[in-house]
Design a protein around this ligand. Structure first.
Ligand SMILES: Cc1cc2nc3c(=O)[nH]c(=O)nc-3n(C[C@H](O)[C@H](O)[C@H](O)COP(=O)(O)OP(=O)(O)OC[C@H]3O[C@@H](n4cnc5c(N)ncnc54)[C@H](O)[C@@H]3O)c2cc1C
Length: 373
């Protein structure tokens, strides 16, 4: 590693890699530092792989803007580069009158956000999804699924082709403002060392609040402290993937978008994620929560799925700014010059729809970097 870099990106998840691929178009001495032995081992490879359509979030928020822009950019990239995807659409479903009222509100919000949606008649519901039991439903034709591992592999390859140095097994442990940039301390297998970078981009996912803290930011005052939310998935056997034609989502619950039907590009069927807040990084599935799956709206909407067909499958932890019972929080994508940290860009709370938004976030950050350098 040279001892002066132009840009250092902390974290090789989909967001860090998308940014690396974008900012490296103009050249420069650019590093990606990643604590794991390779890229995409955390949130970016353990999610629902859904290309979202901008339905759920506050109008004009970064989440909505990045999701809408990222949706189109992802489909375009997948088409051009042969990354597997399926623009299968999704049905959002209400299973009773109370949910139907919430569904109406969500439909209007989606339209207001500029997302493409259309209400379904009961005949259309039966035609699209004969095994669905619904009081009401609407359809989002621009929702789809993507092979997220293929995406991050492409972004990694693209960044490397543009000359980005990928440094794995390297944990950032310190960050100090010095003249003309930052001194970054890293822990590598060979020991601790430091180097200097003009620009630092914090894409550290679950640990991005701690990296911000390393730079001297009071994360409570800044409202950057992250909450970890664990999401668990159950696979569905019994050939039931052949009886469901598209993604099916409930009216959103308290945390995130609720337990929903997930397909990957090979049409493997899962239900999830069931989210709950945690304070430890453990990926063991707590099967005692199976009853919450059985009581979820999805099991009511799809009685064709038998409880015995659910098998614990995988889990992930999401980096959320929103604490338990709290309201909407937007993505933080911020150049911290007003905190006396010019050249330090924080990305904090990049939860759902972060995968969808990744290419748009990268373009947004590239504009900030262009103003700095
Ligand atoms: C259960 C679940 C389902 C989801 N479903 C969807 C979906 O369907 N659609 C969608 O659009 N989004 C979805 N998301 C959100 C999406 O997965 C995330 O927004 C996205 O992956 C965030 O990417 P990232 O690069 O910011 O974080 P990460 O992928 O977590 O990457 C951060 C990287 O930083 C590294 N790192 C951390 N600290 C340090 C350090 N000190 N030094 C060096 N490296 C460090 C980590 O090792 C990690 O590799 C989901 C998320 C979850 C959890």
């Amino acid at each position: 590693m040279s001892n002066i870099a132009d840009i250092t990106i902390i974290g090789a998840g989909v967001v860090g890699l998308a940014i690396a691929s974008e900012v490296s178009r103009i050249g420069g001495d650019i590093y990606v530092l990643e604590k794991n032995e390779t890229y995409g081992q955390e949130q970016s490879s353990r999610n629902s792989e859904v290309i979202h359509a901008g339905i759920y979030y506050e109008r004009d928020s970064l989440k909505t803007r990045m999701c809408l822009a990222g949706n189109s950019l992802l489909y375009e990239l997948c088409g051009q580069k042969g990354i597997s995807y399926n623009k299968c659409g999704k049905i959002i479903v209400a299973t009773d009158q109370v949910e139907a009222e919430e569904l109406d509100k969500l439909f209007n919000k989606a339209k207001d956000n500029g997302a493409e949606v259309r209400m379904l008649s009961s005949q259309e519901i039966v035609r699209l999804e004969p095994n669905l039991v619904a009081t009401a439903a609407f359809f989002s034709p621009t929702t789809g699924i993507i092979d997220s591992y293929a995406l991050i592999t492409y972004l990694h390859g693209q960044a490397k082709m543009n000359g980005v140095q990928m440094v794995f097994n390297t944990t950032v442990t310190g960050l100090e403002k010095v003249s003309d940039g930052y001194s970054i301390t890293v822990q590598e297998p060979s020991g601790e060392s430091s180097f200097k970078s003009k620009v630092v981009i914090n894409c550290a996912g679950l640990y991005s609040d701690r990296v911000a803290e390393m730079a001297g930011i009071n994360i409570d005052e800044a409202n950057y402290r992250l909450n970890w939310c664990k999401g668990e998935y159950y696979s569905v056997g019994g050939g039931k993937n052949k009886l469901i034609n598209t993604l099916v989502y409930p009216v959103p619950m308290a945390i995130s978008v609720g337990v929903h039907v997930c397909f990957d590009v090979s049409w493997r069927l899962r239900l999830g994620p069931l989210f709950y807040y945690v304070d430890k990084e453990s990926y063991v599935i707590d099967d005692s929560r199976r009853k919450d799956f059985l009581e979820s709206s999805m099991m009511k909407a799809l009685p064709v799925i038998e409880p015995a067909e659910l098998e614990p499958e995988s889990s992930c932890i999401m980096a959320m700014l929103q604490g338990e019972g709290e309201g909407f929080r937007d993505f933080v994508v911020k150049h911290e010059y007003d905190r006396g940290l010019p050249g330090f860009i924080n990305l904090i709370g990049i939860e759902t729809p972060g995968l969808t938004s990744s290419l748009a976030i990268a373009k947004y950050v590239n504009q900030i970097v262009a103003e700095i350098l």
